[in-house]
Design a protein around this ligand. Structure first.
Ligand SMILES: Cc1cc2nc3c(=O)[nH]c(=O)nc-3n(C[C@H](O)[C@H](O)[C@H](O)COP(=O)(O)OP(=O)(O)OC[C@H]3O[C@@H](n4cnc5c(N)ncnc54)[C@H](O)[C@@H]3O)c2cc1C
Length: 452
């Protein structure tokens, strides 16, 4: 029997849950299908628990800094309260009852299972077929990429999921991948006493960010005891039941009790039945237009669209898809000012284009750089004040096309820069603003002075 509904949402992660909930609230009959946990990666194995871990690690480090500012403090790291908080406060021990009820409370119909497209407007789940009168929304997300390195398959390596669920810390950890996720977790574990080595195939960590960001993160994490092997492609993995040995292209192998694979994330499109609606299941992502349309009566939102694996991107795209489905007016998707934050200490925020990306696009680039320790607030802050603000301006148009703000609250300082890039605020206007004294964001004013 085919059941008729208005909308079928496949995957109730950040993006899918938002779309399904909003459309149900608007009075449409919505079926939401999720084969794992409603809420997706962010609340259970991503943003939320990782930021709880980071908060705990930062507390330890602030206590260790007391000696340079305010006397003595003794620090004895204990992972147990961190694991307990993740279990009890963040994830309800990885139980999504509350999230399911949140959705059904809005009038949605929830189905647990793996949804497969079986023709235009049709989704099959657990032997039932739902036919969507208005359309289908795909919010199926991404999962950790597991590279085909000899010896890796079959070993008990970690992805972000095992790292977040860990109850007892290992003595040593090798992290494959020096991107945001790898670095955030590397720093936390190091701060709790784990011997951590980050292995990165490219010649610098945070390779998609400004070189200044890579340098800063290397220095900061190095102080926490993290070792780096850059330009080191992992060629073979050995596991003897107790320890991993990562053989790299050049240099000595890295030996560690646990191995975290954090080289990136990829959409798994193979089993979704995309061919049945004329889409390519061999593609890396689902291509969408500026209204999140992937085809006739089919939308996609979030990580699966390849526009940036961020919760704020999934929410942003969900809003656009909801408006389009409900026939409401609203601006199309605009990706010029996508903010991204690596929540290490210091936090490294970026928005828009890096200097290299802007030059590649042929933009006549001017950059400005200011160091946080040289600012009044940075100097006052003292220990832990590493950071900088870097601006990338289009000299011809007199506007910012990108910026980086790294520092104790680099992610927060990013907000005015995101606004400046998005709204194309003239650099002259930014120069003549009043910046509160002594805030960290006054480094923006310093970097504007350096803009040449
Ligand atoms: C360790 C870590 C830290 C992160 N930290 C941050 C951060 O600080 N800030 C930030 O912005 N982002 C962060 N992210 C990224 C963020 O988690 C993702 O961008 C976000 O979860 C994407 O939402 P989504 O809805 O696209 O996909 P997901 O959250 O991945 O949800 C997709 C859902 O679809 C389900 N699904 C897939 N296929 C099917 C199917 N066929 N049928 C039924 N269900 C299906 C999956 O089970 C999943 O629940 C982090 C990620 C990780 C791993």
């Amino acid at each position: 029997m085919v059941r008729q509904v208005d909308i079928v949402v496949v995957g109730l992660g950040v993006g899918g849950e938002e779309v399904a909930g909003k459309l149900a609230e608007a009075g449409l009959s919505v079926v939401g299908i999720e084969h794992n946990l409603v809420g997706g990666e962010c609340p259970y194995w991503g943003c939320v628990p990782s930021k709880m871990m980071i908060r705990a690690g930062n507390a330890l480090t602030e206590a260790r800094r007391v000696e340079q500012l305010a006397g003595q403090a003794q620090v004895e790291p204990d992972w147990a309260p961190v694991a307990k908080r993740i279990r009890e406060e963040a994830t309800d021990t990885w139980d999504d009852t509350v999230a399911v009820e949140r959705f059904t409370g809005k009038g949605g119909q929830f189905v647990r299972g793996y949804g497969t497209l079986v023709g235009p407007g049709r989704v099959e789940v657990g032997g039932e077929v739902y036919e969507a009168r208005r359309g289908i929304v795909l919010g199926t997300g991404t999962s950790a990429v597991i590279p085909p390195i000899e010896g890796l398959s079959g070993t008990p390596y970690w992805t972000n999921r095992e790292a977040i669920e860990v109850e007892e810390l290992p003595t040593s950890l090798a992290v494959l991948g020096g991107g945001a996720i790898g670095l955030e977790l590397a720093q936390v574990f190091a701060r709790f006493g784990v011997r951590v080595t980050v292995i990165e195939a490219l010649d610098r960590i945070l390779a998609l960010e400004e070189p200044e960001s890579s340098e800063l993160a290397t220095k900061a994490l190095g102080r926490d005891g993290v070792e780096f092997r850059t330009g080191a492609r992992a060629e073979r993995i050995g596991y003897d039941g107790g320890e991993f040995t990562v053989h790299v292209e050049s240099g000595a192998p890295v030996v560690a009790e646990k191995l975290l694979v954090a080289i990136g994330r990829r959409a798994q499109l193979g089993e979704l039945g995309l061919e049945s609606v004329g889409l390519d299941s061999a593609a890396e992502q689902i291509e969408v237009d500026e209204r999140m349309r992937a085809g006739a009566a089919i939308w996609a939102v979030g990580d699966v669209t390849g526009h940036g694996a961020f919760t704020h991107m999934a929410m942003y795209q969900a809003g656009i898809a909801v408006r389009d489905i409900l026939g409401q007016e609203g601006p199309p998707a605009d990706y010029r000012a996508v903010p991204r934050v690596t929540f290490t200490d210091p936090e490294i925020g970026g928005v828009g284009l890096t200097e290299a990306q802007a030059r590649e696009r042929g933009i006549p680039v001017r950059t400005g750089l200011a160091q946080v320790p040289s600012s009044a607030r940075g100097w006052i802050h003292k220990v832990g004040n590493d950071g900088f603000v870097k601006l990338v301006a289009d000299a011809e148009r007199g506007v910012l096309v990108g910026a980086t703000s790294a520092g104790p609250v680099g992610g927060e300082v990013l907000a005015p820069l995101t606004l400046a890039v998005k709204a194309e605020v003239p650099v002259e206007t930014l120069r003549h603003m009043i910046y509160a004294y002594p805030t960290f964001h006054r480094a923006i004013e310093d970097s504007l002075r350096d803009l040449r």
